[in-house]
Design a protein around this ligand. Structure first.
Ligand code: B12
Length: 211
């Protein structure tokens, strides 16, 4: 029964049917499924299926934007309200780097971290490396997290830790994740941590804050 409900959510997300996505998310929660499962088996699975429609040859912006909107509506059901219920566990900075306008994964990460009591400073998408580093200097976060969805941002990711170290920001960890980095290693990207899901990121951050 869970499978059938999950399949309905996946279809609603692919169709960009916001109202149906919200209804199905409520139903999955009522059936007792964890948020982690709904994100992994529902939202991520739908986006993987959309993959084929987001290539240079075959690309329907409206279709994908509607799917993105439905994803964020489902996420709001899973994480209602932005405010954390706990005192701040520390600050995390998030961004997608210059030239990368994908931000659904980053926004999910933001909701997951916020719900667990972290203060998230969101530098948004298409963010130049220098702006990310200036924000890190100002906010003294536990870590900066880069969400990379297109491979062209990899050279920029490689600059982040080196530039931060040159400024003496050696305590701040650099994390990376996102579909474009699935084959990469932390060493090859010159970052401290690379994770596959938002929850990998949360677990790493928890080791930094000791919670
Ligand atoms: C939705 C989408 C779009 C939407 C984005 C909407 C938005 N607001 O984000 C729109 C329509 C705008 C778009 C545009 C384009 N896209 Co697009 N897009 C996608 C698609 C289908 C899904 C991405 C997504 O949102 N996934 C769902 C989220 C939840 O997953 P996620 O981001 O990976 O995040 C999860 C984890 O990775 C992790 N995570 C994410 N960030 C981080 C960070 C850290 C630190 C950690 C630890 C974990 C972590 O947590 C998240 C939840 O668990 C992908 C295909 C795919 N398989 O990824 C193509 C894809 C990313 N796009 C692609 C392309 C080519 C483009 C375009 C250039 C298309 C074009 N022909 O013009 C443009 C412009 C891109 C640009 N300049 O940035 C390519 C990239 C190819 C490459 N190797 O570089 C892909 C892979 C499609 C393809 N197969 O060709 N796209």
């Amino acid at each position: 029964m869970h499978n059938a409900l999950m399949q309905k959510l996946v279809q609603a997300l692919i169709d960009g049917d916001q109202a149906m996505a919200v209804t199905q998310t409520h139903q999955l929660q009522a059936a007792g499924l964890a948020r982690e499962t709904i994100i992994t088996d529902g939202i991520e699975s739908a986006m993987t299926q959309l993959d084929a429609r987001c290539t240079v040859e075959q690309f329907n912006l409206l279709e994908i934007m509607l799917a993105g909107r439905a994803v964020m509506s489902a996420m709001k059901v899973l994480y209602p309200g932005d405010a954390a219920m706990f005192p701040s566990q520390g600050t995390i900075i998030l961004a997608s780097l210059e030239g990368d306008v994908h931000d659904l994964g980053k926004n999910i990460l933001k909701m997951v971290l916020t719900a667990k009591g972290y203060r998230v400073v969101d530098c948004g998408k298409d963010c130049p490396v220098d702006r990310l580093i200036a924000t890190a200097r100002q906010e003294a976060p536990l870590a900066v997290g880069i969400s990379g969805l297109i491979t062209t941002v990899i050279p920029q990711i490689r600059q982040v830790r080196t530039k931060m170290h040159a400024l003496g920001l050696t305590q701040i960890k650099v994390m990376a994740g996102g579909a474009a980095l699935k084959q990469a290693t932390a060493a090859s990207l010159q970052v401290d941590f690379i994770g596959e899901t938002a929850f990998d990121c949360l677990h790493y951050v928890e080791t930094l804050s000791g919670s």
